[in-house]
Write a protein of this length. Structure first.
Length: 237
């Protein structure tokens, strides 16, 4: 991970779960880390714990992303080397029973936020000829599961967005990686309690956030001439 020393990274969803695990991994590797999340108190605690920089914002909104981009660019004097979209929303419901507000919530966190971050930071990355977007997708962006209508729509959409980005940045020096983990034991599962259901994997068999963070760090640490378009991460059991 020596390649990450001195790099600058902005990580969304960084107050808990995969985002926090990624932020910790980056900080331990010697990167400057900007942690972004909506929840101010948990975010401040997380940033203090790992030695990062707390940036409270809702990246599902254009105003939130504009505030993050303005603040980070002024603070660093440039766009960050790495923009890691780990903010996420999850829920389960059959399509005919799904709440439209839940659908909008998942689209905003899982798809709209990465799109807005690309718009905010890509122009500066293109001008200087380097930068790296890492998007946290999901196995649900490739495989359909019951009750995953809204979540699958957001993650299938993210994969499509990522594929278009790869085509548009070809030959520019800017890179993008989609990390697609299987079920991971994060607070997103708390309202659902998968251990109480036979149709969901138990939390003990899920990936840990640190497992996914290692895959993110691996992609981020590759030399400038190496592109890893996507990484699938599954539990070995």
């Amino acid at each position: 991970m020596d390649a990450l020393k001195g790099k600058t990274a902005v990580i969304t969803g960084a107050s808990s779960g995969i985002g926090l695990a990624v932020a910790r991994q980056m900080a331990e590797a010697g990167a400057w880390v900007g942690l972004v999340a909506r929840s101010k108190a948990p975010l401040s605690r997380a940033a203090a714990d790992i030695g990062g920089h707390a940036i409270p914002a809702d990246v599902g909104t254009a105003a939130g992303v504009h505030a993050v981009a303005t603040y980070v660019t002024e603070l660093l004097g440039d766009a960050p080397d790495l923009v890691i979209s780990a903010a996420g929303a999850f829920g389960l419901a059959r399509l005919h029973e799904a709440d439209p507000a839940d659908f909008d919530r998942m689209i905003a966190a899982n798809l709209r936020a990465p799109f807005l971050l690309i718009r905010a930071f890509l122009p500066a990355m293109l001008r200087r000829g380097h930068g790296h977007f890492i998007h946290l997708g999901s196995v649900a962006g490739r495989v359909a599961f019951p009750e995953n209508g809204a979540y699958a729509a957001s993650k299938f959409g993210l994969r499509g967005l990522h594929e278009v980005l790869l085509q548009e940045i070809r030959g520019t020096g800017v890179r993008a990686t989609l990390v697609e983990p299987a079920a991971t034991d994060t607070p997103l599962w708390d309202p659902i309690d998968p251990d109480a259901r036979t149709d969901l994997p138990p939390r003990a068999s899920m990936l840990r956030p640190e497992d996914v963070a290692r895959a993110v760090a691996f992609a981020a640490a590759q030399p400038a001439g190496v592109l890893i378009p996507s990484i699938a991460v599954h539990a070995a059991g």
